[in-house]
Design a protein around this ligand. Sequence first.
Ligand code: ATP
Ligand code: MG
Length: 181
Amino acid sequence: LKKLRLFFALWPPRATAEALHAWAAALQRRAGGRATRAEAIHLTLAFLGDVPEEKVPRALAAARQVRAGACELAIEEARFWPHHRIVWVGPSETPAPLAALARDLRTELEREGFAIERRVFAAHVTLLRKARASRTLPVLPALAWPAREFVLVRSTFAAEGSRYQTMERFRLDLNQAAQAP
Ligand code: ATP
Ligand code: MG
């Protein structure tokens, strides 16, 4: 029985991914570890784990039910987590539309029979793994990350780290703010 390792995520524009990777590569030179490749940089919304192939349509159906608004993801903070030895970046506070997207997506996935972890959603982007302690992190460049769609991604193992393949894209609503009462 074929299973696919799947997750939903936001993917940055190419230039933003390149800038984030350059930042992580500079840090890696003194903190060690492994910097996420530019094309692999993402923000996970919901992790499905190994899904039997015949259940993939249910994941697509769940995502199509989501009516969340587009937003701008501000990359304002960089943190080192000593216990996981990772460096991640993200907004100081999760934007409300993004929190709503993660919540609605998880709700729809549960309706379709997926068991999604109920950990509080924290918007973070892992840029360096297996890093040594670093007292200070480099200043982040100004970055634009407009979140106008989310994607269903398949993860496969490869020598250079997990490889990701976009299976489907789902548009976020650009007019939602204007429509709100
Ligand atoms: P690697 O495992 O090769 O270091 P990775 O963790 O990015 O790379 P995956 O393990 O396939 O690749 O995970 C895909 C995404 O889902 C990542 O953003 C990862 O942080 C997240 N993820 C993985 N496992 C879980 C889990 N049990 N709960 C929540 N999120 C998870
Ligand atoms: Mg992993």
